[in-house]
Design a protein around this ligand. Structure first.
Ligand code: 5RP
Length: 268
């Protein structure tokens, strides 16, 4: 791997633990206004000290995030469909590599929709993006999108999607936690991070999810709603960090969460 590629990846996946806590705020690219992301800058600002990377689109980066921040950017560069459109999986590449370089990003991210009518198109998007990104030494994060079928996809499906992303040359892959998650890890030669999915019923549920994923080999999380839709997002991300980087079990993470809830500015 070239120096620039390695350097960018190591900004995201921290070399001291080999893990990452990415904060995902790219939801508006197909959902439009999303609860608690109405003003992304305000939501994100207090969470930045605890995020190893920030995943978002160029429009929100330019309009809502201070350019002085030191958190590495993972730029969402796929899109072109919406939650009310005919087919969520009909995506294209929405941002040029030159613009990604202008924005000084550490990685670019694109969704693939395996098993849909747009499987071929989105895998073509991924292969094309990897060729372009390779020119500049920029890592590519492939997102194994499941559209509206979240929860219905099992380890067989997600392992297939992750493996194909790796075969096409992605640097790392984002998927969902599921039963027999270890099967995904066993057959995927690149780092795997997990999305949090819709906000879970309890804080402990979210901590269990993060803990089980890293225990079974995930490199970390790329979590959104379960952090910033929490009433105490700073406390939440601190607890998730403790799980991912310090390997604390879920009950101890809950104690860290409860302790941090009491601190000033823990609410946004
Ligand atoms: C959508 C995405 C989101 O970034 C991803 O779903 C992470 O956010 P959450 O933890 O809220 O699911 O990639 O395709």
């Amino acid at each position: 791997m070239d120096w620039g590629m390695k350097n960018r990846l190591s900004q995201i996946i921290k070399p001291d633990t080999g893990r990452t806590v990415m904060l995902a705020v790219d939801h508006g690219y197909f959902l439009g206004p999303t609860h608690k992301l109405e003003h992304v800058g305000t939501t994100v600002e207090p969470l930045l000290p605890y995020a190893d990377a920030l995943m978002l689109t160029r429009g929100i980066l330019r309009s809502s995030i201070r350019p002085e921040i030191s958190v590495p950017i993972v730029l969402r560069v796929s899109g072109g469909s919406s939650i009310i459109g005919a087919d969520l999986s009909n995506e294209t590449i929405t941002t040029s590599m030159e613009d990604a370089v202008r924005l000084n990003v550490s990685a670019v991210a694109l969704s693939i929709f395996i098993g849909t009518d747009f499987e071929h198109q989105t895998l073509g998007n991924l292969a094309f993006l990897i060729d372009m990104a390779q020119e500049y030494g920029i890592p590519v994060l492939a997102v194994t999108a499941v559209g509206k079928e979240i929860g219905k996809k099992d380890s067989r499906f997600l392992a297939l999607a992750c493996r194909i992303a790796a075969e096409l040359g992605a640097s790392f892959v984002k998927t969902y936690y599921c039963d027999e998650f270890e099967k995904i890890i066993e057959s995927c030669p690149i780092p795997v991070v997990i999305a949090g999915g819709p906000k879970l019923d309890t804080d402990l549920d979210a901590f269990n999810l993060a803990y089980d994923a890293v225990q079974k080999g995930a490199t970390g999380v790329d979590m959104g709603r379960n952090i910033w839709q929490s009433e105490f997002p700073v406390a939440k991300i601190k607890a998730v960090r403790a799980i991912v980087h310090d390997k604390v079990p879920p009950k101890q993470a809950l104690e860290i969460f409860e302790e941090n809830k009491k601190k000033k500015h823990s609410k946004i």
